[in-house]
Design a binder for this molecule. Structure first.
Ligand code: UP6
Length: 248
């Protein structure tokens, strides 16, 4: 069975953030999310400027950044507005609702002030996801990319069931097919490496589009560690789009 096109998927979306993601994908012809997992805010801003034209979103781990500040957020949002991409905080919340709510709104990062999307585990059950409200796009972790992950078929199907029910959940991080109304985000994508030394497992864009019918590829080291990140972003953008078209 062929996958749905982005146009077909767009019709199934109710959340403004999932619509926006697909609209950006269609207008820029890219399904690439760059994961800029670097320590320095200046480096993230520089990379964002270099690769912003080729991506739908930048994924951050705010708690990696040593000099996180309001000014950094302000500058990044400016670039995101000019280059038309979204901000995705990969917080992977995994606690009771009350704690997640405080982690989402408070602390140093004030994620709810700036993120368009966040990731959350579903380990604490469906009510824990309600605390993110309706404005942000929640992406649940249904299945992880690493060796020996505990997200087996049973866990995954329960996580997907909850995700399908919740109006603020727009999709899942997973390494296999999802029901078509949910957006699939697939990390662990690299064109040259098949694994790292810490349990990560990589696939090619072609594989994740043909086998999983993914919607968005998430690329970290493949881009930010490259000698020429701009050139690699273009390469992943083109490979991802080619793989999407081929598997429609
Ligand atoms: N990530 C995974 N696998 C998952 C969930 N999230 O790799 O199952 C995240 C990592 C990292 C990025 O936290 O930010 O995606 C992958 O980066 P990489 O391409 O450098 O491995």
């Amino acid at each position: 069975v062929p996958r749905l096109t982005y146009e077909e998927k767009l019709k199934l979306q109710n959340h403004p953030i999932s619509k926006k993601l697909i609209e950006i994908a269609l207008s820029k012809k890219t399904n690439l999310i760059a994961s800029l997992d670097t320590y320095k805010s200046e480096e993230i801003l520089k990379l964002a400027d270099q690769i912003g034209d080729f991506i739908v979103a930048i994924k951050l781990h705010a708690d990696i950044i040593t000099d996180f500040s309001e000014n950094f957020v302000y500058e990044l949002k400016k670039i995101a507005a000019i280059k038309n991409f979204l901000l995705f905080e990969d917080r992977k919340f995994g606690d009771i609702g009350n704690t997640q709510q405080m982690q989402f709104n408070g602390g140093v990062y004030k994620i709810s002030d700036w993120a368009d999307l966040v990731t959350s585990h579903v380990i604490a059950g469906e009510e824990s996801l309600q605390v993110f409200g309706e404005e942000i796009g929640v992406v649940t972790i249904a299945e992880m990319s690493s060796k020996g992950t505990l997200t087996d078929e049973n866990y995954k199907s329960k996580a997907i069931n909850i995700s399908s029910k919740m109006s603020n959940v727009i999709g899942c991080v997973a390494q296999s097919k999802l029901p078509p109304s949910l957006l699939l985000f697939t990390p662990g994508v690299n064109l040259t490496e098949s694994e790292d030394s810490k349990g990560q497992q990589f696939n090619t864009p072609e594989k994740v589009f043909s086998d999983y019918h993914t919607d968005f590829i998430i690329v970290g080291r493949g881009i930010y560690r490259a000698k020429n990140p701009e050139q690699e972003a273009i390469r992943y953008k083109e490979e991802g789009w080619k793989a999407y078209l081929k598997n429609c």
